[in-house]
Design a protein around this ligand. Structure first.
Ligand code: ADP
Ligand code: MG
Length: 461
């Protein structure tokens, strides 16, 4: 740190301290822990930040607040200048440990990054995760867990549709803990490999080794627990693993593509264990978040893509982040191949098919049932219940019809979601709605209205 003849570090540290009191702990950890006072000039303070993305976010959110504080404290108007310091060792993982001490760069823990974790993907970090309204609760929870594993939110379950960042977040927890706590054993698995591991351990009579692997984890991260459906033995084993870790205050984080209440054939005792902790959801990203995500990807790839092209993609790909990335990748691959600049024309042409068939994969059965039930003044429970009175049967048929229209669920799956009904009931329902549309001219607009509402619910943009 160069002090120079101007030193405002005292004011800076005090401003940080005051801001820390005023904003939430998560927010402070996210945006202030990695910004450090560097040096000063007569009316300027230079602060080091790890990336231009970080700088822009801080500027947008807090510049006014910080400058105001500095003015109040120092009695003169000081402006901030940001230096991007990419080699800053704290640039790995946002979630650093202690708090107030870290606002002061001198006592900050300048640890070298460890070599990457053998299983976790290196790029799945908090730093690479763009936070918007749709995911901020989940992201903040994940960062809080990474800072203090096993203490607060345990277990934590992150749920949401495909491509919304579940794997990215759960692995970010792993990467961050791995960097910050050398002594903690982090185990990350998908529910599928946990299951396969378990089956194999029985076959090879190595169940003790299996137990050791999972029950001695300090942080157990299990991705995609919906895979537990219809697997009673694996559920049983996970139940015991859960209890062992829970009793010794070890952190557990799970992800799931739906709320726990919607996992079929899950034993009550395991369900109640998942529900015991913090359950947070990921929603589809809004336009602003989609825009920020794409810009961040582009920033990392050192490409130049016109903003109008980015807007085009963001306007047309609303489903999830995976689709958003796929559109960008397709465009980049094309431009690379033919060695052309990516113009709006090129983008429109290349992504025509992509835009034509957006996968509305984020529509959940829950949203369909709720929306239809609301419209008819019923409850979601009525949709799944046994009653067959006309006031309930007709809306239920509509919901089944819409479910078949809007999702990839088979008639069997739809039946199961509607209180375990047979697939022929679903087929029948769809047939009746189709027939009725021919004679009742008001039905089709009603369905269209409901479908629009469901889409809106599913892709808040
Ligand atoms: P899921 O596990 O929910 O299906 P992933 O975590 O695999 O989704 O995310 C799909 C892709 O989108 C990944 O490449 C991930 O890095 C990216 N992604 C998702 N959410 C974000 C975000 N908020 N910011 C940046 N990248 C994201
Ligand atoms: Mg995933």
């Amino acid at each position: 740190m160069e002090a120079g003849s101007w030193d405002y570090s005292l004011f800076w540290n005090e401003a940080m301290k005051q801001i820390e009191e005023e904003i939430s702990e998560q927010e402070f950890a996210m945006w202030f822990n990695r910004m450090a006072y560097s040096h000063a000039a007569e009316t300027q303070i230079f602060v080091a930040v790890p990336s231009s993305f970080y700088r822009d976010q801080v500027k947008q959110r807090y510049l006014g607040l910080i400058e105001q504080k500095l003015q109040d404290l120092s009695g003169t108007s000081l402006t901030l200048e940001f230096d991007i310091n990419r080699s800053d060792p704290t640039a790995v993982g946002v979630a650093t440990t202690a708090r107030s001490s870290e606002a002061n760069p001198e006592v900050r823990n300048k640890k070298r990054p460890r070599t990457p974790h053998p299983v976790l993907r290196e790029e799945y970090t908090f730093e690479n995760f763009v936070i918007g309204h749709n995911n901020s609760f989940a992201a903040n929870a994940a960062m809080a867990i990474a800072r203090n594993p096993g203490t607060g939110y345990n277990p934590c379950l992150i749920y949401g549709g495909v491509g919304l960042g579940k794997t990215h977040l759960i692995q970010s927890i792993g990467n961050s803990v791995y960097q910050e706590y050398d002594n903690l054993k982090i185990v990350y698995v998908t529910m599928e490999s946990f299951t396969n591991d378990f089956i194999q351990s029985i076959r090879e009579k190595k169940t003790q080794a299996f137990k050791n692997k999972y029950r001695y984890a300090d942080v157990l991260l299990i991705d995609d627990i919906h895979f537990l459906q219809k697997k009673p033995e694996t559920q049983e084993e996970l139940f015991h693993t859960f209890n062992a870790l829970y009793d010794s205050n070890k952190q557990m984080v799970f992800t799931c593509d739906r709320p726990v209440s919607e996992i079929r054939d899950l034993t009550d005792r395991l369900r109640s264990r998942f529900e015991r902790g913090l359950n947070v959801d990921l929603q589809p990203p809004s336009f602003e978040t989609r825009f920020a995500i794409l810009n961040k990807k582009i920033e990392r790839s050192s490409l130049t893509i016109p903003q109008e092209v980015i807007e085009l993609i963001c306007n047309n790909v609303t489903t999830n982040v995976r689709d958003l990335e796929a559109a960008l990748t397709k465009l980049i691959a094309y431009a690379d191949l033919v060695d052309k600049d990516i113009t709006l024309e090129v983008a429109k042409h290349q992504l025509k098919d992509f835009f034509a068939s957006p996968k509305q994969n984020n529509v959940t059965m829950d949203v369909i049932q709720r929306t239809v039930a609301d419209y008819f003044n019923l409850s979601s429970q009525d949709m799944k219940g046994k009653k067959r009175t006309k006031v309930i049967a007709f809306p239920r048929q509509i919901a089944m019809y819409i479910a078949r229209e809007m999702t990839e669920y088979s008639t069997t799956e739809v039946g199961l979601e509607f209180g375990g009904r047979d697939h022929t009931t679903v087929m029948h329902a769809c047939q009746r709605i189709e027939n009725r549309m021919r004679t009742d001219p008001t039905l089709e607009p009603t369905l269209q209205f409901l479908i629009r509402q469901i889409k809106e619910q599913s892709t808040k943009s």
